[in-house]
Design a protein around this ligand. Structure first.
Ligand code: NOJ
Ligand code: CA
Length: 553
């Protein structure tokens, strides 16, 4: 009987490069980024066209959400062929051209790796479901009757009946996403081969979807974090050929699991996303709850200290394709929005991205994109939202249901990018009809309009990233929490003689927050509210100021 991996001594110890401390990653949801051929769907050539945008912003890596062949029940997270590109997005040659052009511009490429499940249209599953003695049958997880009461994350039972074999298969996500059976060595080999295929094509890393789900724990009734999780991850990424790659796992992991997955001697992953700050301010996905900025700060301080003390990488992020915009949920995006700019967007830009860790930005975040409001379910596409709507239709008042969906739907961040200020042409996303309605606030929040504003969010992001790139204290320095007043977050990053101080107020005006020894030796280098008195200790709501001492340049 195999046991869970203990700490492994004498193996790969990591290298300097394992800190990835100069990486700034930008996540692209390809369907919604830029449509190059007028079919209303973003594509790989569209991404290629926007490389100048990425360079101008100051990112040096992209993570592309799945662009493989897929029937799109879950927008590419249901993969039918791991070695080919989705028709709407282009061809493998387009991908190669994109990869080459990104690399020629110094931008690394991180692919999404979805190996907890395949599409039900993948050849393996089409075979597997035909008969119990099909060679692929054991690639998936079967039971004569539902083995437990597990629920799919997208609603309903996690077990689906398959008439041909008179059995049920497990799907942690949509019915069209059957879970792979990682206990089968052949499945693990297939997954290693997929990683190798893209590694041979030159990718720089992988974002690993729902990685903790690959190990089930039937005995303890847990769908994830089963006993062999670490063995499986080690088998996938501990191999000589791929251990240099950047890897980030999507894992809902506690402190111990994070140490076990990311510890330098473990030879598993380089990092995981940690979601504690993302889950604040809501009682469930669809329901807001009271929160304070102090809670956000406390969570960030906790994880800064925890990861620094253990020399673990930490991912700095506020937005992705699964979460409504952070500034809409936790940044009071309407009240604090100045014409063409968002105060909380810039405050959070400096507050998050000058911390210790690897910045991840999500498309649209760089110009303060915010949630949409649509009253008709026809304006939504996300399988999770649509399932939720149908499961509750007639049970909850329509107004409440649609309010919940507007608040919690993943479509908020999946709506197409608003590049220009031209509603007649779908804000520059496509010359055709967009696959999903544009953000409802696109006329107010789009890149062109933002750039024309004195208080541009985009320019502020660019300054934050420039500061990061120019500062060893930001990339490598020690983090110290200097907060002394509730309603604020003040911290320093120090390396040798260089020091950066970041001071931000949350929802209310605060004063008396700056460190007492903030003297003329410190230079204000970044402010989101122009002031003649940058050392004044009175801060407006969501005002942020950054000071720098003894910069080399
Ligand atoms: C997590 C992904 O981020 C999400 O978009 C997807 O629906 C599920 N995993 C299933 O792959
Ligand atoms: Ca297209």
């Amino acid at each position: 009987m195999r046991t869970a991996r203990a700490g492994i001594k004498g193996e790969y110890m990591g290298t300097e490069n394992d800190r990835f401390n100069d990486w700034v990653v930008y996540q692209i949801y390809p369907r919604s980024f830029c449509d190059s051929n007028g079919d209303g769907i973003g594509d790989l050539n569209g991404i290629r066209q926007k490389i100048p945008h990425l360079l101008d912003l100051g990112v040096n890596a992209v993570w592309i959400s799945p662009c493989y062949k897929s029937p799109n029940y879950d927008n590419g997270y249901d993969i039918a062929d791991y070695r080919d590109i989705m028709d709407e997005f282009g061809t493998l040659d387009d991908w190669k051209r994109l990869a080459a052009e990104l690399h020629a511009n110094g931008i690394r490429l991180v692919m999404d790796l979805v190996v907890n499940h395949t599409s039900s249209e993948h050849r393996w599953f089409r075979e597997a479901r035909q008969s119990r003695d099909n060679p692929y049958h054991d690639y998936y997880i079967w039971a004569d009757k539902p083995r437990n009461d597990w629920h799919s994350l997208f609603g309903g039972s996690a077990w689906e009946y398959n008439p041909a074999t008179n059995e049920y298969y497990l799907h942690s996500f949509a019915v069209q996403q059957p879970d792979l059976n990682w206990e089968n060595p052949a499945v693990r080999r297939e997954c290693c081969d997929i990683v190798d295929f893209w590694t041979d094509l030159g990718v720089d890393g992988f974002r690993c979807d729902a990685l903790d789900f690959i190990a089930k724990d039937f005995d303890r009734g847990r769908m994830l974090n089963g006993p062999y999780l670490h063995e499986y991850i080690h088998e996938l990424f501990g191999r000589e050929k791929v251990r240099h790659l950047f890897t980030v796992g999507e894992c809902q992991s506690d402190e111990q699991t994070i140490c076990d997955i990311c510890g330098k001697t473990r030879d598993e992953l380089k990092s995981v996303f940690q979601f504690e700050h993302i889950h604040l301010g809501r009682s469930d996905k669809y329901t807001p709850a009271p929160y304070t900025g102090d809670e956000i700060r406390n969570v960030l301080v906790k994880w800064q200290d925890f990861t620094a003390a253990r020399d673990l990488n930490y991912i700095l992020f506020t937005d992705n394709h699964d979460q409504p915009y952070y500034i809409s949920r936790l940044g009071n995006d309407r009240a604090r929005r100045c014409p063409g700019a968002s105060r909380s967007a810039t405050a959070y830009a400096a507050m998050f991205y000058l911390l210790r860790g690897i910045p991840f930005l999500y498309e649209g975040q760089e110009f303060g994109s915010a949630n949409s409001r649509y009253d008709d379910i026809a304006a939504f596409n996300d399988v999770e939202s649509v399932n939720y709507y149908h499961a509750n239709e007639g049970k909850k008042p329509h107004d409440l249901l649609i309010r919940e969906i507007n608040y919690g739907s993943r479509d908020n961040t999946r709506r197409p990018m608003a590049w220009t200020d031209d509603p007649a042409h779908h804000f520059g996303f496509t010359t055709g009809e967009p696959w999903l309605p544009m953000p409802s606030r696109a006329a107010e929040i789009n890149l062109a309009r933002d750039l024309a504003s004195e208080k541009s969010v985009y320019r502020f992001y660019r300054e934050v990233l420039r500061l990061r790139a120019s500062s060893d204290a930001v990339k490598d320095g020690v983090f110290r929490d200097l907060t002394r007043t509730p309603g604020s977050f003040v911290y320093s990053r120090t390396l040798g003689d260089e020091e950066i101080i970041v001071a931000v107020a949350f929802e209310r005006p605060v004063s008396g927050i700056l460190p007492a020894d903030l003297t003329a030796a410190y230079r204000p280098v970044l402010m989101n509210l122009p002031t003649e008195t940058p050392f004044s200790d009175a801060f407006s709501p969501f005002e942020v100021r950054v000071y720098r001492k003894n910069a080399a340049q």
